[in-house]
Design a protein around this ligand. Structure first.
Ligand SMILES: [Zn+2]
Length: 303
């Protein structure tokens, strides 16, 4: 059972908004696409575990912990009997080779950050965490390559690496482990969830200001600004997606609030931000319906 679900992080959401509304540097755009691809891989792994693993098994997605001033993140943690299985999920695509203990993309000159080192670090820190909190669990870490278009030349024979063709036998192996809940599993899961840290995304973003961002509503599916709007719905001229005006206005207001957490949401600012809505009256009506009204007349804002 999924005890902690996975959501797109605020950092990924914000980078997506900025990618749509300003020109990111090449490095910033790379970071955005890397995070997006990683997230898609983790979601693909969630779908696999949800469909194939014993329903009683505890699965915790995307946990960030801290021990002795070191933070570490676990993409998926499975708890079975007296064992915790941290999985590092990689959505690498294309041809790589393995040489002298390093992974390298065939088309690149330098090795990439070694995911086995990352896995080792997670194991070490998780060991310290379990010890400090008095949980006598074994750790069985795995590096999971989820993308069927990934290929590794000269792959090492290493039981803790799961390649795409091995995913189904990996699930079968997990399901075949003895499985008796004795309360400790739930205790550990509760502790991990309670200790999950949420990091502020803002220090990791490129600098931006309200005035320098492109205004206008974007399509919820393809992010296009090429939108037309009538009384009740918005239509994307790029992909054809239609959305109720109310839902689109609230989505745009939420985007603005995440980008500028200290900004006061007013009718005028949402009118300026959305651009395609013809009347302030429509905006005011929607904001009044979904948010708490604070102040009155020209000092009104919404929370
Ligand atoms: Zn669209």
């Amino acid at each position: 059972m999924f005890l902690k679900s996975r959501n797109e992080s605020d950092l990924l959401k914000l980078l997506g908004f900025l990618n749509t509304r300003m020109i990111l540097s090449e490095d910033e755009r790379k970071q955005y696409l890397y995070l997006k691809k990683g997230y898609e891989g983790e979601v693909a792994f969630d779908l696999l575990t949800a469909a194939n693993l014993n329903r009683e098994m505890f699965i915790l997605n995307d946990i960030m912990l801290e021990i002795n001033h070191s933070k570490f993140q676990i993409d998926s943690s499975l708890i079975i009997q007296d064992t915790i299985i941290p999985c590092e999920v990689k959505n690498y695509e294309g041809n790589y080779f393995y040489k002298d203990g390093e992974f390298q993309l065939c088309s690149a000159k330098r090795p990439i950050t070694n995911p086995l080192h990352q896995l080792k670090r997670t194991e070490t820190l998780l060991q310290q965490y379990l010890k400090k909190n008095g949980f006598p669990f074994r750790i069985l870490p795995y590096l999971v390559f989820i993308n069927p278009k990934f290929f590794l030349y000269q792959a090492p024979q290493n039981d803790s690496i799961i390649f795409p063709p091995q995913l189904s036998s990996f699930m079968e192996k997990l399901n075949s482990k003895p499985f008796n809940l004795n309360g400790m599993q739930q205790k550990l899961a509760d502790k991990l969830i309670a200790d999950h840290k949420i990091e502020s995304p803002y220090p990791k973003l490129p600098p931006y200001e309200y005035h320098s961002l492109q205004k206008g509503m974007t399509c919820a599916i393809c992010d296009s600004f090429f939108i037309t709007c009538d009384e009740r719905k918005l239509t994307c001229k790029n992909c054809g997606f239609e959305e109720e005006v109310e839902s689109a206005v609230i989505r745009s207001a939420e985007e603005l609030k995440l980008l500028f957490p200290t900004l006061r949401v007013t009718t005028n600012i949402i009118f300026d931000w959305c651009k395609v809505i013809g009347s302030r009256k429509t905006i005011r009506r929607i904001l009044q319906k979904y948010y708490k009204v604070i102040g009155c007349k020209q000092w009104t804002y919404y929370k």
